[in-house]
Design a protein around this ligand. Structure first.
Ligand code: SF4
Ligand code: SF4
Length: 411
């Protein structure tokens, strides 16, 4: 399952908001399933009334408008501008990594292929080793994803380790376990960015990540969080009411958050053009952010129209996906390539993958990798082919599936 997220910068979120919120935008909140969300301690009751944006516009919003809130945002922006400058100067280091501390999730969204019901948390010492290694590879932004990362009992210590290395720390969560005390703990750990996907206004058989359920969580975030928040809404296959995305985006705006919209594709992971109603919603959301960075990015419009994109995917180099087993993958949708342990990943691997073309690029919808790779769009053509994956070396069917992507893309 693939999601393309299109970022709207409602408010100044810090410069990484241009890249950062999009970096966060990919992640666990993306792909397939069964029926009801599992019983989870701390899971929220539905909000008494679904909050429609028009009703909430005048609500008082907390920390972001204080002197301290503005100072924190300025400090975050300055740090992130420096990291972007560093990424532009040298291509020899990783820019962003997604890291999975736990594969388990407390929900079971019908479109998700990135969770299970049983996995144990990765031990803290092992997470420390992986973060240390990412820092050694020069990684600027480390985003914690899942599964549901808030289920990891030592998440705060994982964030602290990222901040210990002076890197930007991001978190993708379904938000169900957020309460004021948990938000304050994330503040103290030093979290920089958080993203929640809100898929619809009311729970249905596809997703329980609903504004009706999560609105109170968003209000708590607005009141208590020191970090930047991005709210992702979705369009496409399995979304019953496309207009929900508009209401969710407006609600995010009213609370002072940034907002992105993702395109969900069908269960086979294929790119499919949006229908007329969805296109209309997509265009209306685009119109809301005239003058933003996104207007210069044609990726999302091509994807909405089902057209291919011409770009150089720098996965395995500027972007890494580290699974719960500590293996490096191109991204969440190409797990198995290169599929080698992070502990053995070297600067030479980073340089090789920088010049390795990815046959699946043409119809790729993994926005965080696209945004990361855009930094180097103008340089270094790719002429190498992907190395055989150790995991798939003996798996003929899987190996052929990568070839099939290559054929389809015509790349
Ligand atoms: S909440 Fe859990 S099941 Fe739903 S998209 Fe995120 S990781 Fe997948
Ligand atoms: S083009 Fe890159 S980011 Fe997209 S699916 Fe392929 S490896 Fe992943």
């Amino acid at each position: 399952m693939r999601i393309f997220n299109w970022e709207r910068r409602w408010k100044m979120p810090g410069r990484w908001g241009i890249l950062g919120a999009s970096f966060l935008a990919r992640g666990a909140c993306g792909s397939r399933t069964r029926e009801n969300p599992k019983e989870t301690p701390g899971a929220p009751e539905e909000s008494p009334e679904p909050c429609l944006a028009s009703k909430c516009q005048d609500e008082t919003v907390g920390k972001k408008d204080t002197l301290r809130g503005r100072w924190l945002a300025t400090r975050r922006t300055t740090h992130e501008l420096w990291l972007i400058g560093k990424a532009l100067v040298s291509t020899r280091h990783v820019v962003q990594a997604h890291i999975i501390p736990i594969r388990r999730c407390n929900l079971d969204c019908a479109y998700c292929n990135e969770y299970d019901e049983v996995s144990a948390p990765v031990p803290l010492e092992e997470m420390h080793r992986r973060i240390d290694k990412l820092a050694e590879l020069g990684t600027s932004l480390i985003t914690i994803s899942g599964g549901e990362p808030l289920l990891h009992p030592e998440l705060d210590d994982i964030i602290r380790r990222i901040k210990h290395h002076g890197r930007v720390a991001g978190l993708i969560t379904n938000g169900y376990l957020l309460v004021p005390e948990r938000i304050e703990r994330l503040n103290r750990a030093g979290l920089d960015h958080l993203q929640i996907s809100v898929d619809n206004l009311k729970p249905d058989d596809v997703s329980k990540k609903s504004l009706k359920v999560l609105d109170q969580k968003l209000v708590h975030l607005a009141e208590f969080a020191d970090f930047h928040e991005n709210i992702n809404s979705v369009l496409g296959s399995g979304v019953n009411n496309p207009e929900d995305a508009l209401v969710i985006a407006e609600r995010a705006r009213s609370l002072g958050f940034t907002s992105t919209v993702g395109i969900i594709h069908d269960g086979s992971g294929q790119l499919r053009a949006l229908g007329p109603v969805e296109r209309n919603v997509f265009e209306r959301i685009m119109d809301m952010s005239k003058g933003s960075y996104s207007r210069f990015n044609h990726f999302q419009r091509n994807l909405a129209e089902g057209k291919p994109n011409d770009w150089r995917c720098r996965a395995g180099s500027r972007y890494l996906y580290i699974c719960e087993d500590g293996l490096v993958h191109y991204c969440s949708q190409q797990r198995g390539w290169p599929g080698v342990p992070l502990a053995r990943y070297t600067p030479a691997d980073v340089r090789r993958e920088f010049r390795t073309r990815k046959p699946c690029a043409t119809h790729c919808t993994v926005s965080c990798v696209q945004q990361t790779s855009y930094i180097d769009h103008w340089r270094a053509p790719q002429h190498l082919d992907p190395l055989p994956s150790p995991r798939h070396a003996l798996d003929r069917e899987a190996a052929e599936s990568l070839v099939q992507i290559e054929t389809e893309s015509g790349d």
